[in-house]
Design a protein around this ligand. Structure first.
Ligand code: ADP
Ligand code: MG
Length: 667
């Protein structure tokens, strides 16, 4: 490892600043890539407009002058003779450069062109003239006290010295694609000479990142499948079928298929790692309960984990109903559970008396021990860190894991970033459901909105009203309290209005939720706490203010709160201005289509929680932007891993194996 202090110019203070960027060694500094490049090319002054950015070189004419504007602000003014004219230059607060600005000196100015005054306000100056062809300058993210120039200087120092880089692309692939060596590529990325070789270098680095990433996914998948501690059970299909036939409805085809896939996983030796995705209201819960029942029959415990207490309570009540005739010991564990009851539950889980525990994160706390945990289900999985399943692993357990999500993963993600996960999709909705009708309304048309709300209230239907945030009044953004006023003014006489937000105590939240469930509250104003899984079939309308502040998938989830019975339901999206993406929601109710759109337009990011680029080793590559390259890397990685066992003794691949082994510990 190349210690930072051994690099010329890096003392303890600079080292600290570099550490701040998350860089701890010379190698990491080399892998700290520019986030963009500036092309430095002489501007054609005749074609510039007033206020344009200008890059120009020339010769200083006459002696520069310092002008004192006030105590803290000074400027230097001087003139340069360019190829075509004489230009005035103003340079603020760089008095230290005065001595160097001598008449006759060659200089390059980058700045803003004031055509009227024939002046350039300089952002930056360089001594010397511009090269005949365009120069490409790397720009790095940095921190106060450390300049982009310094970063580049340190990197250049390393590049001109002795250093090693780990070239991970197998030689046969390097040859196939005619890749530059990694050393060359890294050099070009920091010190680019021309656009083409820069592009080739970036492709080379991106490919390696993506190739390694796909190898890791493959490796993880194999590890999950070959987990020695994984459970295999015999599945009692007869009893399960009988149980299904006691339900008050018939399973949809997609539900049946999902059940089959899950039962197959449970039966098979090998750890299940499956994602069950389906729109809100598509009926994932019952699939979870059937899986729990199968697990119960094989004498294992199940844990159902959800993100909020409200949802935990709802699932608990639903489970009591569904399993009424089954001798299953079911308990609810949340942060509101009394200490006495908690103790009881801990004991019951440890001695195996409890068959199913439903709760929030508390289920994976350290003190919770399980006798025979066979199945863990997480609802709305993207709200949990994907790595949470490892918490069980740390407890020495290898339960099968089913994650449920109403935010479908775009197809492209499913085969890549979640490549170590099997996916079941419920696309069809239970029959008899009416599609939610969505309208976009401008803020100024609020009376229309209130009229539509009134129509629903007159039919004794209930309404959700959603505001993006509480407090922090930015002036324009409706907050919960404002909305409460507004709703009270409009409907105070005919409807009961409840308010729920993240800062309320859980007991109070639960009380309000129960009132809403029992139709004691007609309009529920809330922040997004209702987003996840809440089920109140009599609610027929959801009104979302400042809809532009939400992601599409979130809006779609919110919309899923209504349309949960045969009543025609509505979703009203309100914002100042119409937006194409909001209009998309008027057109489609298909969560798969919506998440694909989100993916295409926003790229990877906030939807997918923990698996973010840095953590998965993608410093330069971007899954959506470099999707084509990713597909190629995936194909190559699949092929490579299949041959790996014959390669294992080949020293050329030891570095790759080493990288893969690193994830053993950090899965
Ligand atoms: P989600 O996928 O959003 O979790 P739920 O599991 O909460 O959806 O199901 C929504 C509603 O649909 C519940 O009231 C559930 O009982 C009902 N349901 C589920 N499956 C069916 C079905 N096959 N036929 C009719 N109703 C169903
Ligand atoms: Mg659900």
């Amino acid at each position: 490892m190349l210690e930072l202090e051994t690099i010329e110019g890096i003392g303890p203070k600079t080292k600290e600043l570099i550490n701040k960027l998350g860089i701890n060694s010379g190698e990491e500094l080399l892998n700290y890539y520019p986030y963009r490049y500036d092309v430095i090319k002489r501007s054609d002054i005749q074609n510039l407009n007033n206020g344009d950015r200008i890059v120009i070189d020339g010769i200083i004419e006459g002696q520069p002058t310092i002008i004192y504007i006030n105590k803290s602000l000074k400027k230097i003014i001087f003139r340069i003779g360019t190829k075509v004219n004489i230009l005035n230059v103003t340079l603020y607060n760089r008095i230290h450069l005065y001595q160097e600005l001598k008449s006759g000196k060659e200089i390059t100015i980058i700045g803003k062109y004031d055509k009227i005054k024939n002046t350039v306000i300089a952002y930056d100056i360089r001594f010397g003239l511009l090269p005949p062809t365009a120069k490409i300058e790397p720009i790095y993210y940095t921190t106060a006290g450390l300049s982009v120039k310094q970063i580049l200087k340190f990197i250049t120092t390393i590049l001109h010295g002795n250093y090693e880089v780990l070239d991970l692309i197998p030689r046969y692939l390097s040859e196939k694609y005619n890749f530059l060596s990694k050393k060359e590529a890294i050099y070009n990325i920091h010190i680019p000479t021309d656009g083409l070789s820069l592009k080739k270098s970036r492709q080379r680095i991106k490919y390696e990142e993506l190739f390694m990433y796909m190898l890791k996914i493959n490796y993880l998948k194999a590890r999950i499948e070959n987990d020695k501690d994984a459970i295999s059970r015999t599945i009692n299909r007869e009893k399960i079928d009988k149980f299904i036939s006691t339900l008050s409805f018939e399973l949809t085809i997609d539900q049946q298929k999902a059940v089959e896939e899950i039962l197959g996983d449970l039966e098979r030796k090998g750890r299940m790692n499956r994602l069950l995705q389906g729109d809100v209201g598509s009926g994932k819960t019952i699939v979870a309960f059937i899986s729990i029942y199968a697990n119960f029959l094989s004498k294992y415990q199940s844990a159902l984990m959800v993100p909020t207490e409200i949802l935990a309570t709802q699932h608990y009540e639903e489970a009591l109903k569904v399993f009424k005739k089954v001798k299953m010991n079911i308990r609810l564990l949340t942060s509101s559970t009394s200490i006495k009851e908690k103790k009881e539950i801990y004991a019951g889980l440890e001695n195996g008396d409890i068959n199913l525990v439903i709760g929030t994160q508390s289920l994976i706390q350290e003190k919770v021990k399980y006798k025979k945990l066979g199945l863990v289900i997480t609802d709305e999985q993207h709200r949990f860190g994907v790595n949470q399943r490892n918490t069980f692993k740390e407890k020495g357990l290898s339960p099968d894991v089913l994650s449920m999500s109403a935010t479908p993963i775009p197809r492209s993600y499913a085969l890549t970033i979640y490549g170590d996960t099997d996916v079941s999709s419920i696309k069809s909705k239970p029959s008899g459901r009416k599609e939610v009708i969505t309208y976009f309304k401008k803020e100024k048309d609020i009376t229309e909105v209130l009229d539509m709300m009134k129509r629903e209230l007159d039919q004794n239907h209930q309404i959700y009203v959603v505001a993006p945030m509480i407090e922090e009044d930015d002036g324009n953004i409706e907050n919960v309290e404002d909305l409460e006023d507004k709703m009270n003014k409009a409907f105070g006489k005919i409807a009961k209005i409840g308010v729920i937000h993240g800062k309320l105590e859980n007991s109070k939240k639960n009380r309000i939720m129960t009132q809403f469930e029992n139709n004691k509250i007609n309009i529920l104003i809330s922040t997004t706490v209702i987003e996840v899984g809440v089920n109140v079939p009599n609610a027929s309308m959801i009104v979302i203010f400042n809809a532009n502040m939400f992601g599409l998938s979130t809006l779609h989830q919110l919309r899923g709160r209504v349309g949960r019975s045969d009543i025609q339901s509505y979703c009203l999206l309100i914002a100042k201005e119409s937006q194409e993406r909001l209009r998309l929601l008027e057109k489609t109710n298909d969560g798969f289509e919506i998440s694909e759109y989100d993916f295409q337009t926003r790229g990877e990011g906030d939807l997918f929680g923990q698996r973010q680029s840095g953590e998965i080793g993608l410093n330069m590559a971007n899954i959506s932007k470099d999707y084509k390259l990713l597909l190629r890397a995936k194909e190559d990685a699949d092929e490579f891993i299949n041959m790996l066992f014959t390669f294992e003794t080949n020293p050329e691949y030891f570095p790759i194996l080493n990288e893969l082994k690193k994830i053993e510990n950090s899965e």
